[in-house]
Ligand binder design. Structure first.
Ligand code: TTP
Ligand code: MG
Ligand code: MG
Length: 411
């Protein structure tokens, strides 16, 4: 039987390189050698997804050598109502994972070492990691503290092979932060993300354009980022377990069962994802945001902020003779997790209240505000254009994406 790793890289032996520079964490740098170094291989786009390994726990292990090799759980009080932020790979062997009650983690592994999070430190590391990524391309879309997409189709120093770029990034991150990251290289965002998760920790997985169908054939549908437990259960009930099986079902059947999501599922199962890496640039949207002195735990003060921002943005843009149709709400939680949720109107907003109403709905339905303390709140208007004229570049419908992300995060 051909293993997935062999399938990924036919004929190429798996190579493991011991990394002697490491001072923390476990494992080896492992990657598939030279299988993507193929001058004739045409890459429509070269996308890399980078995700740090057991991020919070790895930082704690790095900074306290006594924790190296031990089951470490970062999160709240294991004797109270605390929740696990993350667990070291040693702790994961006991079944401990993010978002689990810390008390349950303690029962699963009584010898686990529980550590309170140090968010400022994680933020500092994140800034360093992101600056390494920007050395390779300006097309960097940071998804959370420990994770980003890069479009390296055009590389700043002209490196053509995306595998080489990913390896350089991993080595650079390790040298600067003493932490490991996993990388996925593929022709689009969906596949790059699945690839970075494929060989964690410290992995580098390349899915070349001609390997997509083979790679997806036996991939469980749950591995699709955006397919949460609910969608998975509905697919299983239809007898669909793998992306291969999903790809074999007609688009119309999936649309009938899942609505708009059905069309997306059908495309994704075939490895199609046309989303672009969208770096956050102020010029693309008119926005305002605020980091609060004290985290905000209830909705009313956040609603009041949105009202204030909506008025400011609407009036500011109007003065400049511009307007935008995409309402973007940005929330950074107390643990520095950063999310954006957006909705694109099919018309120019008539007044600031319309912007506020949409922002409020996004905040209340598409984020955990009110349940999870909020450190930063932002509001922006994108798809900017001169008043009365449509913007030239069509924006992708982020609202659909946010629905899927919401399910992914189990909200
Ligand atoms: P992840 O990248 O999802 O997880 P991870 O880096 O800990 O582990 P992996 O090797 O599988 O990538 O999340 C990054 C950090 O975000 C994580 O270290 C802690 C934090 N986090 C939470 O606080 N709560 C959560 O539910 C999740 C998923 C993450
Ligand atoms: Mg991670
Ligand atoms: Mg992550």
């Amino acid at each position: 039987m051909i293993s997935k790793k062999e399938k990924l890289c036919p004929g190429a032996p798996m190579k493991r390189i011991t990394n002697s520079n490491r001072s923390a964490g476990t494992g080896l740098i492992s990657y598939k050698p030279s299988c993507s170094i193929n001058e004739n291989q045409s890459w429509p786009r070269k996308i890399i997804h980078i995700d740090m390994d057991a991020f919070f726990a790895a930082v704690e292990q790095r900074d306290n050598p006594k924790l190296i090799g031990k089951p470490v759980v970062v999160g709240g009080d294991p004797f109270g109502r605390g929740v696990v932020s993350t667990a070291s790979y040693e702790a994961r062997k006991f079944g401990i994972h993010s978002a689990m009650p810390a008390a349950q983690a303690r029962r699963l592994c009584p010898q686990a070492i529980f550590v309170k999070p140090h968010f400022e430190k994680y933020h500092e590391v994140s800034v360093r990691v992101m600056s390494i990524l920007h050395q390779h391309t300006d097309l960097v879309e940071s998804i959370s503290l420990d994770e980003a997409y890069l479009d390296v189709t055009e590389h700043k120093f002209g490196i053509h092979d995306p595998e080489v770029i990913a390896l350089l990034i991993k080595q650079n991150i390790l040298a600067v932060t003493k932490l490991t990251a996993s990388a996925g290289v593929a022709p689009n965002l969906f596949l790059a993300k699945v690839a970075s998760d494929f060989n964690k920790p410290d992995g580098l997985t390349v899915i070349r354009p001609d390997q997509i169908t083979d790679f997806l054939e036996n991939l469980p549908v749950r591995k699709i980022p955006g397919v949460g437990p609910k969608t998975e259960a509905r697919l299983l009930a239809l007898g669909i377990k793998t992306c291969g099986e999903l790809a074999g079902v007609s688009a119309s059947f999936l649309v009938e069962k899942f609505g708009k999501t059905g069309r997306w599922l059908h495309q994704t199962a075939q490895g199609i994802d046309e989303r672009e890496v969208e770096p956050y640039t102020e010029s693309k949207q008119y926005s305002t945001e605020e980091t609060f002195e004290k985290n905000i735990t209830t909705l009313p003060p956040l609603r009041a902020k949105l009202e204030e921002y909506a008025e400011h943005i609407y009036c500011g843009l109007k003065e400049e003779g511009r307007m935008g149709r995409t309402v973007v709400v940005k929330v950074k939680y107390h643990d520095f997790e950063l999310i954006t949720r957006s909705f694109t109107l099919d018309h120019e907003p008539k007044n600031w209240r319309e912007i506020y109403q949409i922002a409020r709905e996004l905040l209340e339905k598409k984020t955990l505000a009110g349940k999870k303390p909020v450190r930063l709140l932002g509001l922006g208007l994108g798809s900017l254009h001169e008043i009365g004229k449509r913007e030239k570049v069509a924006q992708r419908d982020l609202f659909d994406q946010s629905e899927l992300l919401t399910e992914m995060k189990g909200i």
